[in-house]
Design a protein around this ligand. Structure first.
Ligand code: NDP
Length: 246
């Protein structure tokens, strides 16, 4: 029985990468964990089995974050399956690269839909079910504060939007005893940002710690914010970046 024993959580984009790390960690802390995915059906099913084999409860829900009805449906399905909702983690996000002279409106709209609109939709729907002690955590990015490379302007814009949204929502929900925080990871080894990718040496040299972060390290911060000891943290954007901003 961990610090989230008896809690019900929903993580968006939990089938791979940082989201899968968050699912494993929240389950390890004793929470029942529902998570969404869009394409990686097999990975999602495997993750459910991993959690259940360790004695936990998990539920995989296919729900494209770009589809508001699907996101709202995932929240309803979680409450139906596990009886309540205590913690909502918006992790799903995409990175479409391109410099400003060649970025298409279609890609802009896709980025806004998955990285920003879905966060609004998810928080709004999740908060309706939450009571005193509820926790909302978003996964932004350190790119909101330091872009550093060409081709990431739209991504940075979406993650800055999330940081701004979180500040305001934290105030809106404060009197209901619900905290709302945004974490901003630096380079973290996943499919989105492989630790053996083409520019890995350049990225590593911008990190005082000289290595990428891991999904487990990011998940650890999420577990802390989701837990009972973090009740005085709200409206914050917390970086976890190996010193990238330092
Ligand atoms: P990955 O691409 O490795 O994994 C993304 C996850 O989100 C997958 O589970 C994927 O599921 C899911 N997902 C993607 N699009 C959708 C969608 N439309 N609807 C539902 N689920 C979706 O990314 P990371 O784990 O690296 O990134 C997770 C979050 O962390 C993102 O918000 C990202 O911006 C942020 N981040 C990542 C950093 C890094 O260096 N890796 C640094 C800073 C922030 P499926 O395969 O089923 O589509």
């Amino acid at each position: 029985s961990g610090v989230l024993s008896g809690k019900v959580t929903l993580v968006t984009g939990g089938s791979r990468g940082i989201g899968a790390g968050i699912v494993r960690r929240l389950a390890k802390e004793g929470a029942a964990v529902a998570f969404t995915y869009s394409a990686s059906h097999e990975k999602a099913e495997q993750l459910v089995q991993v959690v259940e084999a360790a004695g936990g409860k998990a539920l995989a829900i296919q729900a494209d974050s770009a589809d508001a009805t699907a996101v709202q449906g995932a929240i309803e399905q979680t409450v139906k399956a596990f009886g309540r909702l205590d913690v909502f983690v918006n992790n799903a996000g995409i990175l479409l690269r391109g410099t400003i002279d060649q970025f298409s409106l279609e890609d802009l709209d896709r980025m806004l839909a998955v990285n920003v609109r879905s966060v609004f939709v998810g928080i709004q729907a999740a908060a309706r079910h939450m009571t005193e002690g509820g926790r909302i955590v978003t996964v932004g990015s350190v790119v909101a504060q330091r872009t550093a490379f060409p081709g990431a302007s739209v991504y940075g814009m979406t993650k800055s939007a999330v940081a701004g949204l979180v500040r305001g929502v934290a105030i809106d929900l404060a009197l209901r005893g619900i905290t709302v925080n945004n974490i901003q990871p630096g380079p973290t080894a996943t499919d989105m940002n492989p630790a053996d990718g083409p520019h890995v040496d350049i990225i590593r040299n911008l990190l005082p710690i000289k290595r990428f972060g891991t999904d487990d390290e990011v998940a650890s911060l999420v577990a802390y914010l989701a837990g009972p000891e973090a009740g005085f943290i709200t409206g914050a954007s917390l970086t976890i970046d190996g010193g990238y901003l330092a």
